[in-house]
Ligand binder design. Structure first.
Ligand code: F6P
Length: 194
């Protein structure tokens, strides 16, 4: 069995301000996580010479992976966070106040709701297909540093969780989810680093 390690980027400046989307850098706290993650990965994957680190093309995942040395890094556009379209850069409160109908529609059906000029969870799940195919093909461990919505979808695929649960799965910051695929099925461990 070989592990797949899933983690969100370290806390971003937009996370601190409660803004969704964007392409902000990591906060000081996020930087601390990046170092802890590097430490963890270097120990956990010590003799795994073929392992690789996958990030999105957004700064916060690239910066989070930056302190990890000794493994190739691959950037995937498909690992970018759900595109919030016209709501990109807003806080949930701002959406609720300025676009109450949109806010309500998303609450009603978070899985299917598509942000105007953006994506739905179903869209994200669809664009992740090539990533999943490649993850399945890998024989070596992979560390995926991505974003909340994307990781919910990836996690649900490997943990065999139903579609409707995906948008509501817990995906906290600064936590590594290790998935092991063996003959007896999937095993999961969580490491809360801070
Ligand atoms: O707030 C962080 C974030 O990654 C946003 O960029 C994104 O829109 C959101 O989480 C996705 O989570 P939810 O689908 O619960 O709004």
């Amino acid at each position: 069995p070989r592990p797949i390690l899933l983690t969100r980027h370290g806390e971003s400046r937009d996370n601190v301000r409660g803004r969704i989307g964007g392409d902000s850098a990591v906060s000081d706290t996020g930087e601390v996580y990046a170092k802890k993650l590097a430490n963890f990965v270097e120990k956990r994957l010590k003799n795994e010479r073929a392992a690789s680190i996958w990030t999105s093309t957004l700064q916060r995942t690239i910066l989070t992976a930056a302190p990890i040395v000794g493994f190739p890094k691959i950037q995937w556009r498909a690992l970018e966070e759900i595109n919030a379209g016209v709501c990109d850069g807003m806080t949930y409160d701002e959406i609720k106040k300025n676009m109450p109908e949109e806010f309500k529609s998303r609450e009603k059906d978070k899985l299917r709701y598509r942000y105007p000029r953006g994506e739905s969870y179903l869209d994200v799940i669809q664009r992740l297909e090539p990533v999943i195919i490649e993850l399945e093909r890998q024989r070596a461990p992979v560390v995926v540093v991505s974003h909340q919505a994307v990781l919910r979808a990836l996690y649900a695929y490997f943990a065999d969780r139903p579609l409707n649960e995906i948008p509501h799965l817990e995906m906290p910051l600064h936590t590594i989810i290790e998935i092991q695929m063996g003959v007896t099925g999937v095993q999961e461990k969580r490491y809360k680093l801070m």
